[in-house]
Every structure is written in structure tokens, then in C-alpha cells.
Write a protein that binds this ligand. Structure first.
Ligand code: NIG
Ligand code: FE
Length: 376
């Protein structure tokens, strides 16, 4: 099947050679982008979609989400909105609910969230484990995640669960749990934070994961200025996520590496915390991604458009930098060259917006703006 999309208002390709085009057309064929250019020169296709002057963008790449869980944390959110602060400890509430849930219930919830994301323009999502924290529960989460994405992340090191000493738990995470989870995971992640895992533990867990064939990424510097970012860069992680509390040395380390700084403004919104400073990172030369961090505790949004609006309003990003971070940035954070950009050869993941330009994603916050999603 081949399809011509023409009459496009503003086409944001993400391709640095020609990042924004007006009056362009796109041809997709058999799940790939076959051609981008002037409408008159398009190859013959079976079908046509008239964009009627609407903008077209690459499908969003949400490179950080926790979608395998049960229950919710409304009470905790309510308490925070009355002045309580966020701590890593809340994770254990979701762990208890998740362990108690059936595989079917977890799968149904996860699929509903993936569908909710897709309807909002997200065509690639990364999914982490991290609410099981036993060998069987972590493996179950990753088995489920694998059914809907190849971007699966082993996050046995989310927090130390109740009833086990930290040293014993790190042994489990780097031993039996890793062995059970590695077949279903591409990535290994650690929540490196006060109240979760310290620098030495983080290094040990990521190194063990790497030896088992997984690629590292880190929850780094979310609540405090810890060692997470430095370790991420040192180990060549694809991404350091959150990056809210950064020293000048952290910014410098990110800028001179190919570790992406993935910013998760939904978390600052939902925890009433100060936002990360994207401007500082971009000006230093770091690659920035934006993702939702969708999870029941710190950021229960599935909307990349909402995160873009926050990034523009609260993190000193321009609309162009924000759309780039939500597409190309996410692809870099997952080390993918076949998504996040509309160029020949890439996957046919693109979104027609109900607006003439991607700028409207931030300009009209909270307004539904996804007209049509093409997903390979
Ligand atoms: O990315 N920071 C650690 N993990 C999640 C929060 C999980 C939770 O509170 O349930 C995050 O924000
Ligand atoms: Fe997270």
C-alpha cells in the first residue's frame, strides 16, 4: 500500500538538512517513508490523504514511561497539592498493588495507556518494569511490556522493597532477577537518588546489566544533585533522565558526551517542584529529549503535547526546540535512527495536527490537536 499526504501546512521533518518545509508532500509505502518533496514531483501512489493545510510532524517518541502497574496514587497527589513533598517511598504503594494484580489486569491497563498515548500522537514508547521488585514480578512486567514495544527497560533497581536489606537486594537485582529479566529487556535503568540507590550501587547494577547484554540509562538528579548524571556519562548511557538538579560539571559532562538529557516536566508539574533548565543544557551543547515519565506516582500524564507546552512555558525552550526534543531527541535517547524524523527510509510514523503549525502544541495548551496518526 502506498499513500501520498499532500496539501500540508507546515511539515516539521526533524531532518537537519530541511527541518521545516511549507507546501511539501510525503509518500509512505509499506510502513516506511518513501519520499519527501514538492507535491508535483511525487511518485504515483495507491491512495491520497489531503492534509487541508494542516501541519504534519513525526510521531512523538516517548522515551521514558512506567506503564506496568496497578492502582493509583490519588491520595498521595492530593496530599502533595496540600503541601506535602514527593519522596521515592511512594513507589512501594504501587509495588504492593502491582504484585497483587493479575497478569491480565496489568496487561489490560498497559494496553489502554499505550492506546491513550497513540491517540495523542505517540508512535514509540519505552516501558520500564520497576513496580514488581521480585524476580517473578519484574520478569512478568517485562514480558508484558515486550508485547507492545521493543523499547523495554529493566528497572529492578527502582527502590529497595520492604523486608530485604539493601545489599541483599542489590545482589538479587544483579543476579537472579537480572537473569530472569534480561531476555525481555533492551535497557537497564537505576533510580540513582537519596532514598533509592547510591552511586556505588548504581554503577554496580548498570555494569552487571551491561554484562548481560543490556544498554544503560539512568534516573539521575531528579530530587537532589547526586552522582547519577556523572555515572551515566561515564558508562556511556544513552540517556540521563530527569536532570533537574545539575551542577556546572554535570551540564559540561552531558554536553561533551552523547548521553541525552531527557527532561520530564510532567514530574515537576505533578510534584510541584522546580523545572529543569533546558536552556542551560541546550546552550551548553547537550542533546535534550522530552518524555512523559507516565507513572501513577510522580507524573500521571500520557500527553507529549502537554509536556511540550510545559517545556516551552517553564523550561525556556522554544517551540522548535521542544518539538525536536519530543521526536528526534527521544529517538536519540533510545539510540534509534529509524524514528523521530520524516525522511526517506524511516518508519512511517507521522501525525497530522489539527493546526497549521507545530507551534500550536504550546500555543494552545490542553487543546486536542491530533487529527490523524499514521503508525508503522
Ligand atoms: O521517574 N523517579 C523514579 N521513578 C518514577 C516515579 C515513580 C513513582 O513515584 O511511582 C519517576 O518519576
Ligand atoms: Fe521515571
Amino acid at each position: 500500500m502506498s499513500l501520498l499526504i499532500d496539501n500540508i501546512g507546515l511539515l516539521y521533518t526533524g531532518d537537519p538538512e530541511r527541518e521545516e518545509l511549507t507546501g511539501a508532500a510525503v509518500v509512505i509505502q509499506d510502513e516506511r517513508i518513501a519520499w519527501v518533496g514538492e507535491p508535483g514531483k511525487a511518485p504515483e501512489t495507491d491512495e491520497r490523504h489531503d492534509a487541508e493545510g494542516r501541519a504534519v510532524i513525526p510521531g512523538f517518541v516517548d522515551s521514558h514511561a512506567h506503564l506496568v502497574f496497578a492502582g493509583d496514587r490519588t491520595a498521595e497527589f492530593n496530599a502533595r497539592m496540600s503541601g506535602q513533598s514527593y519522596t521515592a517511598g511512594g513507589i512501594r504503594t504501587t509495588v504492593a498493588a502491582t504484585r497483587a494484580a493479575s497478569e491480565e489486569a496489568l496487561g489490560t491497563r498497559m494496553r489502554a495507556l499505550v492506546e491513550e498515548m497513540r491517540a495523542q500522537g505517540t508512535t514509540t514508547v519505552e516501558i520500564k518494569s520497576g513496580y514488581g521488585l521480585t524476580v517473578d514480578d519484574e520478569a512478568r512486567a517485562l514480558r508484558l511490556a515486550r508485547q507492545v514495544t521493543e523499547e523495554t527497560t529493566y528497572l529492578g533497581a527502582h527502590v529497595v522493597p520492604q523486608g530485604i536489606e539493601a545489599d541483599d537486594y542489590v545482589r538479587l537485582v544483579t543476579g537472579d532477577m537480572l537473569a530472569a529479566c534480561a531476555p525481555y529487556a533492551k535497557w537497564v535503568d537505576v533510580f540513582c537518588e537519596r532514598g533509592a540507590f547510591d552511586g556505588d550501587q548504581t554503577r554496580e547494577i548498570l555494569t552487571a546489566g551491561t554484562k548481560a547484554g543490556l544498554l544503560p540509562r539512568v534516573h539521575a538528579n531528579q530530587l537532589t544533585q547526586g552522582p547519577g548524571v556523572r555515572i551515566a556519562v561515564e558508562l556511556g548511557a544513552a540517556s540521563a533522565d530527569h536532570c533537574t538538579h545539575l551542577s556546572d560539571a554535570d551540564v559540561e559532562a552531558l554536553a561533551s558526551s552523547n548521553t541525552v538529557a531527557t527532561l520530564l516536566p510532567g514530574a515537576e508539574f505533578s510534584t510541584r517542584s522546580p523545572y529543569p533548565d533546558a536552556r542551560r543544557l541546550i546552550d551548553a551543547g547537550a542533546t535534550v529529549a522530552i518524555a512523559t515519565d507516565c507513572n501513577p506516582g510522580s507524573s500521571f500524564t500520557s500527553s507529549m503535547a502537554f509536556c511540550i507546552a510545559l517545556a516551552v512555558r517553564e523550561m525556556r525552550m522554544t517551540p522548535l526546540e521542544a518539538i525536536r526534543a519530543a521526536t528526534y531527541g527521544g529517538a536519540r535517547a533510545l539510540r534509534r535512527d529509524d524514528i523521530g524524523m520524516i525522511r526517506a527510509g524511516n518508519r512511517a510514523d507521522l501525525v497530522v495536527l489539527d493546526a497549521p503549525s507545530y507551534v500550536h502544541l504550546a500555543y494552545r495548551p490542553g487543546v486536542p490537536m491530533i487529527r490523524r496518526v499514521f503508525s508503522s
